[in-house]
Design a protein around this ligand. Structure first.
Ligand code: ADP
Length: 601
């Protein structure tokens, strides 16, 4: 499906959209943080006042009567700064957590609307990590970085004002150091080095991906007696990363980082020569006390510059992380959703009909289904057969809307499935596919997932009908045993029987099932067949049949080959017609006879 190019809103506006009503809390938090920073500046002015008064009365220190007042003022404003900052952070944290909750909620709500097939091509664990990870990564930006940014803006304005208020020449010296230091810092990240940094990040991502693949592949390495060197991709990723890292750190960052540190930490060294240069003039002017007070102020104040720059750097990296996280969640949020009819209709009976259905998977040029038409009347059994890749699973998947057709329509009870409320459709049809998932909860809860309001007795009856008595008997806590706990693992055939119990409990009038008994040993297979018989009794059944022995009694057999319905009829009709089915039946017979003959020999 072509995705419409849209202008993506910026990181902040996207986050504020997720924040909803909590946007205001973020604004209040940032304002409080800005006020806190303004309060934090006052003690520096107090230092200047103290220095000025002391030097003016030197050496008769006792005459400086306002010193205590300045001290208390500095203390008061410092405490006020802390209180305001804490209050601000409480607001931003609350907003951040609420926004993270909203991101998770909206992500999940969107996933609930995507077609089921989306989860075939997108692992559910990965989707969870995307939503969860994105929500967590935006927290730092919202909870800390934004408050710090607003504080830093105030700090910058106040710094510039204060730098020039007392002695612009010494202020300029401090500013020059700050500008050189900031320039060095940005040269590491901006301009042509931005590309180098991106390559470095990409190499790091690739290394982590290749590492995961390597760990996953350890069983293969062991089984086939391979060495680490067989993981060429992993080795290449390590080499690539080490090359990028040493280039970025050794060549790109070495000089700017040294300059940055020298000028942030050593502003004082630049201030001293300027002061020495200015001192004779100050002596002549007669206000040497004022000059020394100014020097003391700038010497102390220059330390603030490195804090300000560090905050800018953290804020920039927080912004980058959040923007990255939002672009990942954006992929989830732009997944196509199932269109839901405005005026849903209710199926009028229990039939299934395919009307000229065309369907191709995304990114695939071949039609998985090509003009397929058939009808399964209410209460009858139809089997889909045909060579592997013929389109059987695809056809069955279109009924619960794993995907929607490209052309034509799938009808349940005479209504296009796209016009049926998804909940009604799900109530109407029970699906038993090969990869039915069992949850990590008790057996009875797993069965009741189909119909949560069902009683325990009903769940037990469904388990009995699905021939699960032997499974329950051997489990330590019977139906209350949690699957996967304390080494309780069920075989594939056993899992399938539990899934059948779930479908039996659902008691839907239409059953779509994949009869694959690939997992099953002969004993399990016989039980699964019995469970099938229970499930399908008196219902409309569309069954994906993998072995012809099970389809002989079906009311109708539909043969799918390369996406086309090439034959349709009862077993006898199709054998008589001499088409693909007749050939498949012949092969099947030969195989059975060969097996019997081999067994006799
Ligand atoms: P069958 O169940 O008869 O073995 P399928 O319905 O699984 O056949 O497959 C029909 C065609 O669709 C095949 O060509 C197969 O390769 C293709 N196909 C099946 N699933 C996917 C998928 N998730 N993505 C792309 N192509 C697919």
């Amino acid at each position: 499906m072509p995705v419409k190019e849209e202008k993506r809103p910026g990181t902040l506006s996207t986050l504020m959209r997720y924040a909803g009503g909590f946007k205001w809390l973020t604004i209040v938090g940032c304002t409080l943080s800005a006020l806190a920073m303004a309060a934090n500046m006052v003690p520096y002015v107090c230092i200047w006042l103290v220095a000025r008064d002391l030097i003016a009365v030197a050496p008769n220190w006792a005459e400086a009567s306002d010193i205590a007042l300045y001290g208390w003022m500095a203390f008061g404003f410092a405490v006020l700064g802390i209180v305001l900052y804490f209050a601000g952070l409480m607001c931003t944290h609350l907003a951040a957590f609420r926004t993270a909750v909203n991101i998770r909620k909206q992500g999940m709500a969107h996933l609930m609307k995507t077609p089921l097939g989306y989860f075939d091509s997108h692992a559910s664990g990965l989707l969870r990590r995307r939503i969860d990870g994105a929500a967590a990564e935006t927290e730092t930006l919202l909870a800390h970085n934004l408050a710090d940014i607003s504080g830093t803006v105030v700090m910058f304005i106040a710094t510039i004002v204060l730098l020039f208020v007392f002695d612009w020449r010494m202020g300029a010296a401090v500013l020059v150091a700050a500008v050189i230091s900031a320039g060095a810092m940005f040269s590491m990240m901006g301009g042509k080095n931005a590309g180098v940094m991106r390559e470095y990040q990409t190499a790091l991502d690739e290394l982590s991906k290749a590492g995961t693949e390597y760990v996953r592949g350890i069983p293969v390495v062991k089984v086939f007696q391979q060495t680490v060197y067989s993981f060429k991709a992993f080795k290449a990723a390590i080499d690539n990363y080490s090359e990028r890292a040493s280039y970025y750190e050794g060549t790109v960052c070495k000089v700017p980082q040294a300059v940055n540190l020298t000028f942030t930490e050593g502003t004082f060294a630049l201030l001293v020569p300027v002061a020495l240069f200015l001192a004779p003039g100050a002596l002549e002017s007669g206000d040497f006390a004022g000059f020394v007070a100014n020097f003391a102020f700038y010497a102390v104040f220059s330390a603030i510059i490195s804090t300000a720059l560090a905050k800018v750097m953290f804020a920039a990296s927080g912004m980058m992380l959040a923007s990255d996280a939002l672009s990942r969640i954006n992929e989830v949020m732009s997944a196509p959703t199932l269109a839901v009819a405005d005026k849903p209709q209710v199926p009028s009976d229990n039939s299934i009909k395919f009307r000229n259905v065309d369907f191709s998977y995304e990114n695939s040029a071949i039609k998985a289904l090509d003009d397929v038409s058939f009808t399964v009347p209410a209460g009858s059994t139809a089997a889909l057969v045909g060579p592997s890749g013929g389109g059987k699973t695809t056809a069955a998947s279109l009924i619960p809307r794993f995907w929607d057709t490209n052309a034509g329509a799938v009808l349940v009870g005479g209504v296009d499935v796209r016009d049926i409320d998804p909940h009604v459709l799900m109530d109407h049809v029970a699906f038993v596919f090969q990869n039915n998932r069992l949850f990590k909860t008790s057996i009875s809860e797993n069965v009741r997932a189909a119909r949560p309001e069902a009683t325990r007795e009903e769940a037990l009856a469904a388990l009995a009908a699905a021939q699960c008595d032997d499974i329950i008997a051997k489990l330590p806590d019977g139906v209350d045993t949690v699957i996967g706990s304390e080494g309780t693992h069920l075989s594939g055939g056993e899992q399938q029987r539990i899934a059948l119990a779930r479908a039996i409990l659902k008691d839907a009038p239409i059953v779509v099932l994949d009869e694959a008994t690939a997992f099953a040993d002969p004993e399990n297979e016989a039980l699964i067949q019995k469970a099938f018989a229970h499930l399908t009794q008196g219902r409309t059944v569309l069954m994906i049949a993998h072995r012809l022995s099970t389809v002989v009694g079906a009311d109708q057999i539909i043969v799918l080959d390369s996406g086309k319905a090439v034959d349709r009829g009862t077993h006898d009709e199709l054998v008589a017609a001499g088409g693909l089915y007749a050939r498949m039946w012949e092969d099947y017979q030969k195989a059975v006879q060969w097996k019997i003959a081999k067994g006799v020999a």
